[in-house]
Design a protein around this ligand. Sequence first.
Ligand code: ATP
Ligand code: MG
Length: 508
Amino acid sequence: MSTNPFMKMESINKSFNGVPVLNDVSLQVEYGEIHALLGENGAGKSTLMNILGGVIESDKGKISIDGNEVKMTNPRVSQKYGVSFIHQELNVVSDLRVYENMFLGFELRNKLGIVREEEMCKQTNEILATLGVDIDPKEYVRELDTSYKQLIEISKALLHKSTLIIMDEPTSALAEHEVERLFGLMKNLKGSGISVIYISHKLKEIEEVCDRYTVLRDGQVVGTGDMKEQSLDALTKLMVGKSISEERFVQDHVFGPVALEVKNLSSEGLFKNINFTVHKGEILGFTGLAGDGRTELFESLFGYRNRYTGEVKINDQIAKINHPKKALKAGVGLVPKDRKENAIIKDISVIHNMSLSSMGNFEKSGLLQGKVERKKFDYYQKMLNIKVHNPQVTIDKLSGGNQQKVVIAKWLEVNTDIIIFDNPTQGIDVGAKREIYQHIVSLAEQGKAVIILSSEAPEVRKICHRINVMYQGEVTARFNGEDATEDEIMSYATGSKKEGENIAEYTT
Ligand SMILES: Nc1ncnc2c1ncn2[C@@H]1O[C@H](COP(=O)(O)OP(=O)(O)OP(=O)(O)O)[C@@H](O)[C@H]1O
Ligand SMILES: [Mg+2]
């Protein structure tokens, strides 16, 4: 490693409305390294990167590239210095074609000002080929999977000949094999001297792909060094101030009667012959790879899609749910997986995002009772450790993980008897995950029937009494939570073991 870092941020300070968020933060990145930026929700990671990416200005501090001080006054300037920023919430435009996204704001034109479409497509193709991606540059982005959207962002960075790519939680929406592809790509980038700053709450990934790390805690650097010299446990301790054990959270206990029973549920092309029951007091998990059909299955049950065959019984009564309102009425709630698209309203306050779906709890004679609402928010804030100084600010001012906590609070407040969580801990740090797990377990202990959808096998193992593994729209294995090993879950989730070959014992 050269003694001269390629990128250096020194003594960066930033406050929002008088509240300090970054305090004398320094960060150094060498050529061709993958540098992990770690810290709890709200620690200041995205803010620091927004400063480097020219999205916001620091109050104080210095940035240099190759030993020269630079002022990142806006994203274009930062781009000019070789910095590309792939945001936590992807920025590609669905209604544009792939190549149009690549050249957005930098269209190639000939002398007459006419757009050079073929040339842009050609260059797009060349870059996609170096990444080993086979998509048509003229395809509309809305037709593509999320993982491709991310590849387009990376391609854009390469098009601009970036030397430093910031990736803010790039894998939170990716399936396992897509993560592997991304890592392969990052290693190639590194081989060609490009540096990556990598933000993630998934410590196993960090260990696999990163060379060095810097940990932020409450806006200050609390550690930096070589990955090889730190155990994951030690890194966690740096992040949250204590060790986190890996124990199971659920205890076996006697369940109540069946709350939800599903028989032979099918929807063409999405899922097939789904059968399960979930009891009051039980936490039932569904896991598998992206595209396994679990999200579609539960969106159907919740009434977002209404084309399915089969039978659904709630408390032993046949239920016909073809609209989310009916689901709520029948006592079924769904915490959706995509917080940006389905769960938050960006330009209303944090507190209203919490109360949005349960206004009735806060109204008296049609009038909103602000004090009651505030008291309830304070309760959830404490319980879930939501980091916000003033809940009247719009929710987009919160860090990604803290937005997710508000989404969870909203559904806890709706308080249905059957509650489905789709990917509940997306973007949540290791410490806060525990709090959410504990809360989910206590919902079950109160007698609610809980369903967890998650692509993380360790997560379902920790909090579910029973686990269903799905592959291509079908349940291929069922386990008691404690019996499921990660390897075995994976072999059913990838289709290498299938139904009929070896269904694990399933007791109720
Ligand atoms: N525009 C803003 N106005 C007010 N406060 C803000 C703004 N942007 C960020 N903050 C606050 O700054 C703090 C740090 O947020 P940041 O987004 O940097 O956290 P993070 O480390 O990226 O967290 P996460 O892991 O949840 O994404 C948070 O308390 C957040 O509420
Ligand atoms: Mg963030």
